[in-house]
Design a binder for this molecule. Sequence first.
Ligand SMILES: [Zn+2]
Length: 160
Amino acid sequence: MATNSFHCPNCGSADTQKSSLAYENGLSDINTRSTTLGLFSGRGGLGLGAGRTKTKGSAQTKLSQKTAPPAKKRYVKPLIFIILAPTLLNLILHLLPINIPNNIGNGLMTFENWAIPLACVAWIYVARSYNTKQWPSLKSIWDKAFICLRCDNQFVMDPH
Ligand SMILES: [Zn+2]
């Protein structure tokens, strides 16, 4: 299959490249520059997230950022946030020079006791259904997508 024979529907340029190739080409630059990122990605969502943020800031090419594949919903980071956010809120409330009446404080704790597990379960459900239902079709579109190197338009030749 000749990957360069597709014309951009936006500007008509034949200077197009497969998005997945453009993305990987931009990434291979990073891997040669910093090998420590590989260690991060082995440890799951949190480490992977930290690794990716770093790469974007430093070495990933602009073209590679534009052609990044659709991201799956993460589990670890949002769950940590859900669990820690009320604790942080409590800390802040305790640091403030105000007295929270006991009944309100207890009410908050009771609320958190069922709201936190519920929010965790809800997030896992949302993330799971996105990752299993919506993400595969986005990924398959990305697999077929091209980017125009002249106007940055991304397009799919076969929408089916
Ligand atoms: Zn174009």
